[in-house]
Design a protein around this ligand. Structure first.
Ligand code: KG4
Ligand code: ZN
Length: 351
């Protein structure tokens, strides 16, 4: 059973064809990074316009790459929440039109459910319940995932998402956008113990997150180091210096990353321990982070839990995860009408 999955929730126009919820026949993504790069962040209005330009082509390509036509499809699934409202509306309008024209059932999907499902799609033996940490530019949340696509949200960020903070810190350091991969790479060459950045809410005893305090702390640190003339810029790490106050951009990256990863790992582990889950899955763009993967793996091993993450193409926004979870929801009887609307917010437990 083949389903077309469409996702336009943020800055990627994505469409994919998936058979029986697991077999990815195509997974096409048009990134808008070059458009938003010059603004150092995503500009919602530009994202909507770019989706409009790309959507028809991306859908056509996803069918061509899967070597199918609309007649071979069983349903059309689309992310309708949560996300940038103007961006979501483009995907929803496209999916509704296609469902109507080709007389196919329409299914609305929660973007976070898609991210969670990405791991189920590629790891056959994933046990239930398991703990899923979704960390991206727009989301940070810990979820207990139960059989039958039932979820218990344990906690989420009270302010910025983890990826958003990576992007902001990269901006303060004069690096490019998106900043996650750049900081991850720089951090490999820095000292994570050089600066003790705060770990907000790490010991709050619950599963809520807060990252804006770390962001502000890094900002003040960078500004102070610049004023004092002790900041050693990118690539000049080996410059000989005798001033003990000198700090490299690599050290800042490593110390910042240590703070973020410490919190994410601590809370994920706490969740696994207190629920007795034997698996922790990572998903979202930040799931690519090398330190997060390594630290979580080491920490989880201590409590006998396994860590799983999908390939990068399924970590970041894509249509395959939407078509995948849609297959499961189709079996459960989900169908939407042509009055379907988009919503900027939407919890996964209210589906
Ligand atoms: O899932 P995604 O592609 O889009 C959203 O839905 O937000 O995630 C993008 C985010 C960006 O904030 C980016 O900086 C971050 O993921 N990211 C990383 C890494 N690669 C991407 N953050 C930390 N380390 C990385 N290696
Ligand atoms: Zn996402």
């Amino acid at each position: 059973m083949k389903i077309l999955g469409i996702d336009t929730s943020c800055d990627e126009t994505a469409a994919a064809v998936v058979a029986d919820g697991r077999e990815i026949l195509s997974n096409v993504v048009a990134s808008q990074i070059d458009v938003h790069q010059e603004y150092g962040g995503i500009v919602p209005e530009l994202a909507s316009r770019k989706h409009i330009e790309a959507i028809n082509y991306i859908v056509r390509r996803s069918l061509a790459e899967a070597d199918v036509t609309f007649q071979d499809l069983e349903a059309i699934a689309v992310t309708n929440r949560p996300g940038l409202i103007g961006a979501l509306l483009v995907g929803v309008a496209a999916a509704k039109s296609l469902a109507y024209c080709h007389n196919l059932p329409l299914l609305s999907i929660n973007h976070i459910e898609g991210h969670i499902y990405a791991n189920v799609m590629v790891h056959d033996m994933l046990p239930f319940p398991h703990i899923c940490l979704t960390v991206s530019g727009g989301h940070t949340l810990l979820v207990e995932v139960h059989e039958g696509w039932q979820y218990k949200v344990l906690g989420s960020t009270q302010d910025d998402a983890a990826g958003e903070v990576y992007d902001k810190v990269a901006k303060y350091l004069g690096l490019g956008f998106p900043g996650g991969k750049i900081i991850d790479d720089l951090a490999q060459k820095g000292d994570p113990l050089r600066i003790k950045f705060p770990r907000p809410m790490r010991d709050s005893g619950d599963y809520q997150f807060s990252f804006s305090g770390i962001k502000t702390s890094v900002r003040y640190f960078v500004e102070k180091a610049q004023r004092a003339g002790v900041l050693i810029k990118n690539g000049q790490k080996d410059v000989e210096n005798t001033n003990p106050d000198m700090v490299t951009i690599e050290d800042i990256a490593a110390s910042f990353q240590a703070a973020v990863v410490d919190i994410l790992v601590y809370k994920s582990l706490h969740a696994a321990k207190s629920t007795g889950a034997s698996a922790i899955t990572l998903t979202g763009g930040v799931a690519a982070n090398s330190e997060l993967r390594a630290s979580l793996k080491t920490a989880a091993a201590e409590v006998g839990a396994e860590v799983y993450y999908p390939p990068m193409s399924l970590c970041t926004d894509n249509g395959a995860m939407i078509a995948g979870i849609a297959y499961q929801k189709y079996q459960q009887g989900l169908r939407d009408g042509l009055s379907l609307n988009a919503a900027a917010n939407g919890s996964i437990v209210d589906v």
